[in-house]
Design a protein around this ligand. Structure first.
Ligand SMILES: Nc1ncnc2c1ncn2[C@@H]1O[C@H](COP(=O)(O)OP(=O)(O)OP(=O)(O)O)[C@@H](O)[C@H]1O
Length: 368
């Protein structure tokens, strides 16, 4: 188990009572402001000493109040990346990066300087000072500095929150590479469902100091009731696909998923690239028959696996489409009128514009 957290902690009026385990390469902590995300990150990093409980990272007990264990933060080998990179302004990028190394004894250094510089694409910035860098370049340098200390775990507390959408899109591929190549598990605090859908392998949902759900990202994101009240409109399926071919005359790309083929606006990824695609529940309609004479390009046959039991106007209908789990958010009225029930064969209709370029993340991205 990469991460095992079971803590209680009081802070003024606020009571944190959180328990979760994660084996994910990138665990996202998700929840409204004040739900306790930063407090958990700080308890893992050693900045907060919980009143009670245990924190274990990669098998090492960092906190166990029952045994009076509290490993001080400088002995935890946990890297931190904050919202605003916190680089040293008077040092160059190279010196900032090397600063990360000073605290790691030479014989424990496993990460290569050149490898990190290459992974984060910051070789051309080494002689510059932080004041001359863009927000995204600063964050890549801050990530590099944390990685060069050979951390057991990397904590990222809203590292992209201060960046605009364009800068975020620029940095996502680097975080994906970090997740897939660097071998250092990551805990990421995020408010953004789109960001989590793109980056997370596991998700822990928090509300008022408690864990309301946790598990693999593909499972958690499929259930909109887990996201109330923040992300109802954002819930959806995450499925794996590959670029099958490009249809240049029409500026389209065809993807192959287990569920079938999906046509999306032209992507720049080469044929064969593995992608993670998010299909939002609200963007999917259901039909009993294979539709004819309509403009939607994506129609996937599937079987209803379950229908949410709810008093609300809309409900989640979970589908199994050739082994891919999809979810459609439809009105309860439609469920009644179409006579939808588990086991039934239906067609999920998805408009190609429902594919959101920002969440089409490469699973094993090529070097940008
Ligand atoms: N030192 C402190 N003393 C008293 N209360 C605190 C202290 N630090 C945090 N809190 C309270 O603890 C609660 C949880 O804070 P925390 O920063 O963990 O939330 P969060 O989920 O990270 O929020 P955000 O998304 O806004 O960063 C909040 O109600 C906050 O006001």
């Amino acid at each position: 188990m990469i991460l095992d957290v079971d803590i209680r902690h009081e802070q003024g009026e606020f009571v944190l009572d959180a328990r979760f385990r994660s084996d994910g390469k990138l665990t996202a902590l998700f929840g409204p402001s004040g739900s306790g995300k930063t407090t958990i990150v700080n308890a893992i990093g050693g900045l907060v000493r919980p009143d009670q409980g245990r924190v274990t990272v990669q098998g090492q007990v960092l906190v166990d109040t029952a045994k009076n264990i509290f490993v001080p933060k400088h002995r935890r080998r946990i890297g931190y990346v904050f919202q605003e990179g916190r680089l040293f302004p008077h040092l160059t990028v190279r010196q900032n990066l090397l600063f990360g190394r000073w605290f790691t004894p030479r014989q424990q250094r496993r990460t290569s300087f050149d490898g990190v510089v290459d992974l984060l694409g910051i070789g051309h910035l080494l002689g510059r000072r932080p004041s001359t860098l863009s927000g995204g370049e600063k964050q890549r340098t801050a990530i590099g500095r944390a990685l060069l200390a050979d951390p057991r775990l990397l904590l990222m507390d809203e590292p992209l929150a201060s960046l605009d959408e364009a800068r975020k899109a620029e940095i996502y591929p680097y975080i994906e590479r970090l997740r897939d190549e660097a071998g250092v598990p990551i805990v990421l605090v995020s408010h953004s469902v789109a960001e989590i859908a793109r980056l997370a392998t596991s998700v822990v949902v928090l509300a008022e100091g408690r864990v309301t759900a946790s598990g693999p990202a593909s499972e958690i994101l499929r259930h909109s009731h887990l996201f109330v009240p923040m992300g109802l409109a954002e819930a959806g399926a995450l499925i794996d696909a590959r670029v099958l071919r490009h249809d240049d005359p029409f500026a389209l790309t065809v993807l192959q998923a287990r569920a079938g083929t999906l046509t999306v606006p032209r992507l720049n990824h080469p044929v064969g690239t593995a992608l993670r695609v998010r299909l939002r529940a609200r963007d999917i309609m259901l039909s009993l028959h294979k539709p004819a004479g309509m403009s939607a390009l994506n129609v996937l046959p599937g079987r209803i696996s379950s229908i949410e039991d709810s008093e609300e106007a809309s409900v989640d209908v979970q589908l199994d489409c050739g082994g891919d789990g999809l979810v459609a958010r439809v009105t309860r009225k439609s469920v009644a009128e179409l006579g939808l029930r588990p086991g039934m064969l239906v067609h999920a209709i998805i408009k190609s514009i429902a594919f959101d370029p920002e969440v089409l993340g490469a699973v094993n991205p090529s070097r940008p």
